[in-house]
Design a protein around this ligand. Sequence first.
Ligand SMILES: Cc1cc2nc3c(=O)[nH]c(=O)nc-3n(C[C@H](O)[C@H](O)[C@H](O)COP(=O)(O)O)c2cc1C
Length: 268
Amino acid sequence: MDHALHPDAAGHTAPTTGVDNETISCQLAHRTIRSFTGDPVGEDVMDTLLDVARHAPTSSFYQQMTIVRVKDPDIRHEVFLSSGQPYVDGTRGELLVFVVDLHRNARIREAAGVDLEPLGRTALFLEGVEDTLLAAQNTVIAAESLGLGTVYLGSIGGDPRRVIRALRLPRHTYPLVGLLVGHPDQDPQFKPRLPATFTTAVDTYPELDDPAVDLADYDRVVQTYYDLRDANRRIDSFTHQICTKPGAGRAEMAPVLDILREQGLALD
Ligand SMILES: Cc1cc2nc3c(=O)[nH]c(=O)nc-3n(C[C@H](O)[C@H](O)[C@H](O)COP(=O)(O)O)c2cc1C
């Protein structure tokens, strides 16, 4: 089912779909927020968000994730130095770091005298990644349902060793993604997604003949989006972004496999 677009109260266009309820409206109204007011997020809200996070589904019931809430300004500064993104520094928004965590289960196995070899397998690491991202996205949906804004921070992977040191992450863990949660201080546009015909299919993979032709309409739509990060300028077309951006950011240049192996993860 494709999504229609219609203007919301703020003049932006929120996607709509055939069946609606509060949860679905909230999910379709998702926008990343990168600027927060100085208003604190209540402790009761933080408790709830962390509770929602840990109730996400977990692959094989291994529960291979841990969330570190960063309160210490010095530690937050270290995470900022790894990220390089200005909104990570300072005090606005609560900073959560979602950690792939096989350490706890390593401790359990060690205590029982069971070998750790399976925990070094890539498949187990991927299960941890799955758990960690599901917990993060549960948090995002809950936060947005409460009128809060969030920004994921893959950028904390600019210098993962720095984050590992700052958070004192033990062997068999990896800081996968950060998340800022706070009261929105901006009202961005909805960022248009690829049409459903490209990203959903029935039975077999969807055909794509000539990307330049097939995606021309979508490219035009994407160029009507203003990115608040960059002095309100329109963004490049999707196909241009795909040709220029992957591999260029610091987090995408980090020696991830080396660091995973230093952490005893993804060894095979
Ligand atoms: C795993 C993940 C990591 C991300 N990392 C960052 C980041 O480091 N910095 C940032 O500003 N946005 C980050 N984002 C947000 C994306 O840029 C954003 O979701 C995308 O541009 C679509 O915009 P929207 O969320 O407003 O619809 C990340 C998103 C995901 C899912």
